[in-house]
Design a protein around this ligand. Structure first.
Ligand SMILES: CC(C)(COP(=O)(O)OP(=O)(O)OC[C@H]1O[C@@H](n2cnc3c(N)ncnc32)[C@H](O)[C@@H]1OP(=O)(O)O)[C@@H](O)C(=O)NCCC(=O)NCCS
Length: 247
């Protein structure tokens, strides 16, 4: 939808349809108003019209993403009944074969099949299905076993997985899924785990992927592990709030 004044477009709101496991939903995106025409209710009218469009099509959900520092937009969406469902940061770091590990009593090993149940439990919490419509994470390819191995050979996908272990206890895992999309690292860590385990794994990934990729990016919920990610040399690119319409 656009807003026109005297033949000029001064505002916009877009709708992007998604389907996920039988659910139909719309993402409202690109809400923007020309600086000379702000605070006149144009964004509100455009967003309300976009919501009406979605409701007329009887979709199951309406979502939007907003940067956490965009307080004006957050105020607008909150007043229209949107509520925060998730807050996630995109991180990036250059790969580097010369990085030093932390001086910690945490070993990095290959992901052992016996870790799978715990790893999947952590992954499901950190990459919830409720948000899967946008990111299309699919953890079947991380599952240990012959079938996954054959499947990955068939589709020519070279997944790498590592685990951080302390005295035989699993603290965290990290998986590299080269899907061609930007965010290809998936971290799993327990609520109680030492954050240094994640730092060690991320340093390891930066070293290990050095020959194949100049940089690595990943997406992770805002959490008590933010500093651990920074300590591995990752910089935040942006933090988005995921908001869902409730009215
Ligand atoms: C955010 C933006 C779209 C708002 O457009 P707008 O037409 O000026 O917004 P409206 O006049 O419809 O205001 C609707 C509500 O938004 C909030 N709001 C908008 N601008 C605000 C500001 N500068 N300060 C505080 N609140 C603000 C208020 O709650 C306002 O309601 P109120 O006027 O009753 O207080 C506009 O500032 C913009 O284009 N920003 C740059 C692009 C952008 O950030 N888009 C959002 C992407 S998620």
């Amino acid at each position: 939808y656009i807003w026109e004044e005297n033949g000029h477009i001064v505002g916009n709101a877009s709708l992007v349809p998604f389907r996920h496991k039988g659910h139909r939903l719309y993402l409202i995106a690109n809400v923007a108003v020309h600086p000379d025409h702000r605070r006149k209710g144009i964004a509100r009218a455009l967003t309300e019209r976009a919501m009406q469009h979605a409701r007329e099509r009887k979709v199951d959900d309406i979502w939007l993403h907003v940067r956490e520092d965009n307080l004006e937009a957050i105020r607008l969406y909150t007043s229209l009944g949107f509520v925060e469902r998730a807050r996630r940061t995109n991180w990036q770091a250059a790969t580097d074969s010369h990085l030093n590990y932390l001086d910690a009593d945490i070993a990095i090993t290959k992901r052992n099949p016996r870790f799978w149940a715990t790893q999947l439990h952590w992954l499901s919490r950190l990459y919830p299905d409720e948000l899967g419509w946008h990111i299309h994470w699919n953890f079947n390819s991380l599952k240990p076993g012959l079938w996954t191995w054959l499947y990955l050979i068939f589709i020519d996908m070279n997944i790498r997985q590592w685990a951080a272990v302390q005295r035989d206890t699993l603290l965290s895992t990290l998986s590299w899924i080269p899907t061609g999309r930007g965010e290809s690292l998936f971290a799993a860590i327990g609520d109680e785990s030492d954050p240094e385990a994640l730092t060690q794994l991320l340093i390891h990934a930066r070293r290990d992927l050095y020959l194949s990729y100049p940089s690595v990016t990943f997406e992770f919920p805002v959490s008590r592990f933010d500093n651990a990610i920074r300590d591995a040399g990752f910089k935040p690119l942006r933090t988005l709030i995921w908001m869902q319409a409730t009215s």
